[in-house]
Design a binder for this molecule. Structure first.
Ligand SMILES: [Zn+2]
Length: 202
């Protein structure tokens, strides 16, 4: 059903959900000052850019086992290029000025994108983000990369539990894996992880 102003019923519902979600965000106690949220967000954003660089390097070097682990089979040229194209979009997005907001719950992060309504250049960070390490697996950098992948490349949350869950999605449903935000996060974190751990530890 199309209303006079062109909004469909589904869109109107999404708009109501989006408004009430935002009200919920505003009404919860903010455990971090807004200044700290922006500060941590900015740091994580710089590190997220370095993760994107690592991920692209892994793809360009043709790290097939890592690709298959997070994006499934086949490791064909077109699938590699699709994934690399998405990392490029994310990398470009991460050069923008992003406003970070505190989310008074324990989720890692949110980017408001319900139905057709999206708020570009804004990311909400929750308790999980503040407890996360800066780099490594399930890191602050990875969380910002995850959220930016929704905003920049339209990734989804088909599986958003943990790394094992993302690997299982790659194994069982590779088509969804190359559209899933967590798979981009973990592939990048693993790429970055390998490159930041010295290989010559005695
Ligand atoms: Zn997500």
């Amino acid at each position: 059903m199309i209303k006079k102003d062109g909004r469909t019923r589904a869109n109107a519902t999404a708009f109501r959900q989006w408004r009430s979600w935002l009200r919920g965000v505003d009404s919860v106690a903010n455990p971090h000052s807004n200044q700290n949220v922006q500060w941590w967000g900015n740091i994580a954003q710089v590190l997220a850019s370095s993760l994107v660089t690592s991920a692209k390097a892994s793809l360009e070097e043709g790290d097939v086992p890592l690709f298959v682990q997070y994006f499934g089979q086949p490791a064909s040229q077109d699938r590699l290029q699709k994934v690399e194209g998405n990392y490029e979009k994310v990398g470009a997005y991460l050069t923008r000025t992003i406003t970070y907001h505190a989310l008074g719950s324990n989720v890692c992060g949110e980017s408001a994108k319900l139905g057709i309504f999206s708020i570009p250049n804004n990311i909400w960070l929750g308790g999980c983000f503040f407890a996360a390490p800066l780099m490594g697996i399930d890191s602050k950098a990875g969380i910002v990369l995850h959220e930016a992948s929704h905003l920049a490349a339209g990734t989804k949350d088909y599986s958003d539990k943990n790394e094992a869950d993302a690997e299982s999605l790659a194994n069982t449903d590779p088509k969804k894996a190359i559209k899933n935000a967590n798979n981009y996060e973990y592939f990048a974190e693993r790429s970055g992880f390998v490159q930041t751990v010295p290989s010559a530890i005695p």
